[in-house]
Design a protein. Structure first.
Length: 138
């Protein structure tokens, strides 16, 4: 519970108030903060399966078809380089980021809340974890 309290304090400091609700105003404020504080290069991976993958990871989808689709679509198992932040917010997904997949350099636009830093010891890891927890829980 203590760690959650510390996380809430960090998020409150970013937003400048205790009201933690996700809104356009708070999301833009959070994005500005992340743009100023994320250190590049920043490698990312998925926190959990992306929506398109659920049918294959937890459902009846075939492994062969899944592997074929993963060549064209981003997977939570991939590693990406963070390229940039989109300036506009997505109504359902919040902050979007441009990434390129390390294995083949394909570019994708992904919700930041679905991603985490691959370096658990970096400041980026905590920054992105705090954002994801805030976005998902509020």
């Amino acid at each position: 519970m203590c760690e959650l309290d510390e996380q809430d304090k960090r998020i409150e400091q970013i937003l400048g108030r205790f009201d933690m609700d996700v809104s356009e105003e708070s999301s833009l404020k959070y994005m500005d903060y992340l743009k100023q504080n994320i250190k590049f290069p920043c490698q990312l991976t998925g926190i959990e399966d992306f929506p398109w993958e659920e049918y294959y990871v937890f459902g009846p989808g075939s492994k062969k078809e899944y592997e074929k689709l993963k060549k064209k679509q981003p997977s939570y198992t991939d590693t990406f380089n963070l390229i940039s932040f989109e300036n506009d917010l997505d109504e359902n997904n919040g902050i979007l980021v441009k990434v390129d997949r390390l294995s083949d350099k394909k570019k994708f636009l992904l919700p930041l809340a679905d991603l985490k830093s691959t370096d658990e010891e970096s400041k980026n890891y905590q920054l992105l974890d705090d954002y994801s927890v805030w976005f998902v829980n509020n």
